[in-house]
Ligand binder design. Structure first.
Ligand code: NAI
Length: 409
């Protein structure tokens, strides 16, 4: 079993891989932790060796944290994914080990929003085509179809973090914003809700897709949806590649039904820079193609570098799990004049009762208790008076189903 851990622990070590923004190492050092940095990702074998004695691990998208790696760890408390996605991490294996995982879901929201705005302006001015012509040495100044964004109707599909922020900025440019979302979302500013996707498609001059990557979103924009769009409208997808049928999009662009499109994400994307790229949209003059860079800015990297360490430190030093991707989310008050016992267990009946009975039998002065469970694990925080019997911690540790016990001072 994983030994009882105590925080703050002067020997706790942080390992940061894959050139995480320097703001992260700086923050951990300021908090008193020893930080090791490795510029690349590590292989499974290397990780198994390097993770011994590490309390916090920071990775980006290349490091694969497999079940085998997770099962080799004992002191590891938390993982920071200094990126948006967490597909590279076996989250179930992390939960079973009592390791909390955090990422930076909003750090690049603004970057994507700015790219969507840029794409709209370029597309409704027909700039991709003009740019290609001029590079070929053809001067074509007449621009009969060029338009302003002001007064045009923007249709946002998916009014989440990105969609909602785009809504606000697009209104600032004088656009009339409509959105469609499968969940009920609060309209920001003067934005108006559409009750169906078809309604949004039929009335918008610009359609931009910002839905999440759930499997049900595969192919939600196909030939039927594209045919419903207003003639001469433009289409943007910066969300997930599998959302749009690219053959169908090519057909409506070639037929002239749509004026242009900007696509940043693709059903299959090459892994390495410099790799060959194939797409039905290659070669179309009215299409902006970009290699999944909507969220890739220095500012986004810096945001990630400052956001994730705060989550990790809050977890390590206070037990807070807000925005954890695999632990039940618990926002906790400060603890003063008390110690905090963190108990992570398999979500099985009877464990909480056993925990409380053990504490009651030892006469612990409980000043607060917080509990949240997910499908796999239970997360119980108990604030106790400063004078307590050390034995009780080992008893809590012995309760069957216990994954991890931490005592915070
Ligand atoms: P989010 O989860 O905050 O918002 C997604 C919204 O879409 C939610 O409100 C959800 O209810 C809604 N939705 C889901 N399915 C829908 C459907 N079929 N029709 C209408 N609404 C639907 O996500 P966030 O942070 O706004 O990101 C949006 C997308 O942008 C994600 O797919 C994300 O992976 C992608 N993204 C792309 C980047 C890039 O570099 N191009 C960078 C960052 C995010």
């Amino acid at each position: 079993m994983i030994p009882v851990q105590r925080s703050p622990d002067p020997s706790a070590r942080v390992l940061l891989l894959e050139r995480i923004h320097p703001a992260a190492a700086e923050r951990f050092r300021k908090a008193g932790y020893h930080v090791d940095e490795v510029a690349s990702s590590l292989s499974e074998e290397e990780l198994i060796v390097r993770l011994q004695g590490v309390t916090i691990l920071g990775i980006r998208s290349k490091t694969q944290l497999t079940r085998k790696v997770m099962e080799s760890t004992s002191g590891l408390s938390a993982i920071g994914a200094f990126c948006i996605g967490t597909n590279q991490i076996d989250l179930k294996a992390c939960s079973e080990r009592g390791v909390a995982v955090f990422n930076a879901p909003f750090a690049n929201t603004r970057s994507v929003v700015e790219m969507a705005l840029g794409a709209m302006i370029l597309l409704i001015r027909d700039i991709p085509r003009k740019n290609t012509l001029l590079h070929r040495g053809v001067w074509e100044k007449s621009s009969p179809g060029a338009r302003e964004l002001r007064g045009k109707r923007l249709g946002i599909v998916g009014y989440g973090n990105i969609g909602a922020q785009l809504s606000v900025l697009a209104e600032g440019l004088g656009m009339e914003v409509h959105y469609y979302d499968i969940s009920e979302k609060l309209a920001l500013g003067n934005a108006r809700i559409c009750r169906s996707l078809d309604e949004l498609l039929e009335t918008s001059d610009v359609v931009t897709v910002h839905v999440d990557g759930s499997p049900g979103n595969e192919g939600i924009i196909g030939a039927h949806e594209l045919a419903r769009m207003k003639p001469g409208a433009v289409f943007i997808n910066l969300s997930r590649g599998f959302v749009v049928d690219l053959e169908a999009l090519r057909a409506v662009l070639e037929s002239g039904h749509l004026k242009g499109a900007a696509i940043d994400v693709f059903p299959t994307e090459p892994k390495e820079d410099g790799s060959a790229f194939e797409s039905p949209l290659r070669g179309l003059p009215n299409v902006i193609l970009t290699p999944h860079i909507g969220g890739s800015t220095q500012e986004a990297q810096e945001n990630i570098g400052t956001f994730v360490p705060e989550k990790l430190l809050d977890f390590l030093e206070k037990g807070t799990t807000t925005l954890s991707v695999n632990f039940p989310n618990l926002q906790l008050p400060e603890f003063r004049e008390s110690h905090r016992v963190v108990h992570v267990h398999r979500n099985e009946p009877g464990i909480l009762a056993r925990l409380n009975r053990t504490m009651a039998e030892r006469g612990l002065n409980i000043t607060g208790q917080y509990l949240k469970t997910s499908e796999d694990i239970g997360y119980v925080i108990t604030d106790i008076g400063r004078d307590y019997d050390e034995e009780v911690v080992s008893e809590l540790h012995q309760i069957p189903g216990t994954i991890r016990v931490r005592v915070l001072y």
